[in-house]
Design a protein around this ligand. Structure first.
Ligand code: 5GP
Ligand code: ZN
Length: 115
């Protein structure tokens, strides 16, 4: 199995798990960009948001629906940002769909630097 996030799901690589159920797993980003930086993934391998089908709608909903609880529990009670990098243009580095939850006590800053 070459996918690093599938290996985390399988328990072959350790990760700082913060939430798990039958369909999704959330764990701390190994290289956090903000004090709170958690990744939420489907346990099923889906390459990216460009590869989802209608069958994936429930798991996508679960990933978003759990985000606020995780953010609050991890120390971002006053809001957070969700990022889903997708494909080459989206600068996705790990080809297993994931949402980033970033936050902390302070605002994370402007959305993107304008060009
Ligand atoms: P992407 O650019 O694909 O949206 O983000 C991938 C994220 O996965 C990066 O923020 C990176 O730090 C994180 N990451 C990569 N490998 C590992 C790992 O083995 N464990 C954990 N916990 N995070 C990882
Ligand atoms: Zn995978």
């Amino acid at each position: 199995m070459s996918c690093i996030f599938c290996r985390i799901v399988a328990g072959e690589i350790p990760a700082g798990k913060v939430y798990e159920d039958d369909d999704i797993l959330a764990f701390k980003d190994i290289n956090p960009a903000r004090p709170v930086h958690v990744l939420v993934i489907p346990k099923k391998h889906i390459e990216s948001l460009a590869h989802v089908s209608a069958d994936d709608t429930p798991v996508l909903g679960k990933m978003l629906a759990i985000a606020n609880r995780i953010a609050v529990e991890q120390g971002s009670p006053d809001g957070f940002r969700i990022i889903i990098n997708t494909g080459r243009v989206g600068h996705q580095e790990v080809p297993h769909l994931h949402i980033h939850i970033v936050g902390g006590p302070e605002p994370v800053g402007p959305m993107l630097k304008r060009i």
